[in-house]
Ligand binder design. Sequence first.
Ligand code: PLP
Length: 439
Amino acid sequence: MAPRRTYKQTTRLVHGPSHSAKWDFSHHVTPPLSQSTTYRLDSASRGARGFQEFGHYVSDQGETPVYIYDRLDEPTRSILEGELAEAEGGEACATFASGMAAISAAMSSILVPGDEVVAHPMVYGCTHSLFVNWYERQGIVVRRVDMNDSAALRKAITPRTRILYFESPVNPTLELIDIAKVRKVADAANRGRPADRRVLVYIDNTFATPFGQRPLEFGADVVLHSLTKNLGGFGTDIGGAVVCPKSMLPRLLLYRKDFGAILSSKAAWSILVYGLPTLAVRIKRQQYTAAKVAAWLQKQRGVARVSYLGLKSFPQSALARKQHRNFDGDFTPGGMIYFELDESLVRATEFVDWIGSQAYSITLAVSLGHTKTLIEMPSSMTHSSYAGATNGASPVGIRLSIGLESPTDIQSDLEDAFAATSTKRPSKSRTVRSTRKSK
Ligand SMILES: Cc1ncc(COP(=O)(O)O)c(C=O)c1O
């Protein structure tokens, strides 16, 4: 639309051309980063239509939505949501400002006071905090039951139960929950229930990502993600996502609009351009290294227990092989390791302190699914909200998120940490060190 009269340059600098043939987004090879808080509406009726249609499911093949205001919806975020829904094999997706924003929105948007949640005893520390510090005072009961104990789960479900909540793998212990078994219990509980009071199965799939596990195939209703981890992958952006049935989307988007925890288009763009396209290659590399490091750790004097999905000794190996398959059907144990030390031989805090101050290839930091290998102590850091109630994680357990470094460097840094902090120097690891030196 050409201006009908000549406007002053000051005004023209503010407005630019009102429409331009240069806004062609459809031929970009890399998705465009759209950064506009608000959108020109052309007419009041278009504005009205935008508000009326807001929150409805729009397929990627459908008409371009009427964008109104970034907090409601915007194109870059919307492209990412389409990709995430597809990766999980789900109908719809809503992204959020963080993983916790996604988790709290997915639950709070359907729960009312008096409702109940049954959750696995061990979950990410801030999810536990959401349950005990917020839901309890909002009159929402959260019962904690081992999700693999179907009889106990069945017993814990009451007519007020709306959500069965768990992570699999569990952060930090890597215990797995049999999703299909939980589905069966939910199906039995749902017999005779009205559609709006159905018990829904929620799973936080952050550790595995859709590359490593697609929980909807095993019967989950809702899949949650912290995009901050492997889906983002580079440690530059915080975000979260909820993959859900189409029918849940309007309420979720209404919640997001009113509580306001939107994913910025800049974060969405980074995940679209860097995170998703490199997801497969990063996870394959991480698990190649993790398998070596886990097997090596198992042999070290001073190590009491190593949990890694790919180890033969992993107690739920059969379930791991069933649930953790990549898009080609290959077993995908991932890059997360959890281990515990024998405190009489190596003090975990001293070991981790040594890595924090001396190691180059391993960084003492929370978060996971990064290009860099990260180590932390869950009981005093990410899971400190449990305040001593360990629920299966040792107070001196160590979580290791493998990155993209050389496996021998990671091993050598661990080996040096053992050597520096063991009461007696471990003897087996000399060969590993000399491998690094000979490079
Ligand atoms: C399993 C899991 N879920 C959710 C979250 C929360 O994600 P965010 O930090 O993006 O809010 C985390 C964070 O560490 C996590 O490990």
